[in-house]
Design a binder for this molecule. Structure first.
Ligand code: PNS
Length: 160
């Protein structure tokens, strides 16, 4: 079985992430979305369990996707799962440069661990989880940036 890992902080998952998950799920037998909990910034907007739940709701219609969390090194997760393919999305040359560096680091830890870079779809190249968190703090509508479950949770928080 051809399995790929799609890792990230996902604080929160965006429509750009979801697009990469869907496209990866069309390329591989199974995609493991790995929520990296130790990568959270000092003040994450969503706790790891909330991120997991929001991703699970967002991918509920994609049968070959599983969502897990991991608090160690990404390469150790891949090794534990017996997976040798990582999928990353790239929006621009800055992403490309940092992902190539990360790919070499990950392959250095686990020889044979390959990173497949998927180019972001054009409608998702101009925003990030960081931007979503910032706009959400100012009460901006988020439906065009995040999956419906995330938008609903942000709206719920805005009202409380
Ligand atoms: O999309 P993100 O949140 O910037 O990506 C985070 C992650 C873990 C996918 C990326 O930093 C990475 O590939 N790191 C490899 C090194 C590692 O395993 N770090 C673990 C602690 S963050």
């Amino acid at each position: 079985m051809n399995i790929a890992v799609y890792p990230g902080s996902f604080d929160p998952i965006t429509l750009g992430h979801l697009d990469i998950i869907r496209r990866a799920a069309a390329c591989f037998d199974k995609v493991l979305v790995c929520v990296m909990v130790n990568c959270e910034k000092s003040h994450p907007m969503f706790a790891p369990q909330e991120r997991l739940a929001l991703i699970r709701q967002s991918v509920a219609d994609i049968p070959n996707v599983e969502v897990e969390q991991w608090s160690g090194l990404l390469a150790d997760y891949a090794r534990e799962k017996g997976v040798h393919i990582l999928v990353k999305g790239v929006r621009n040359t800055a992403d490309f440069d940092s992902e190539v560096q990360m790919a070499r680091i990950n392959a250095g830890i686990m020889p044979g661990l390959e990173t497949v870079l998927l180019s972001a779809s054009p409608q998702y190249t101009h925003f990030s989880s960081t931007m979503v968190r910032e706009m959400a703090r100012y009460g901006q509508p988020m439906e065009q940036y995040v999956p419906a479950p995330v938008a609903a949770e942000l709206n719920r928080r805005k009202e409380n």
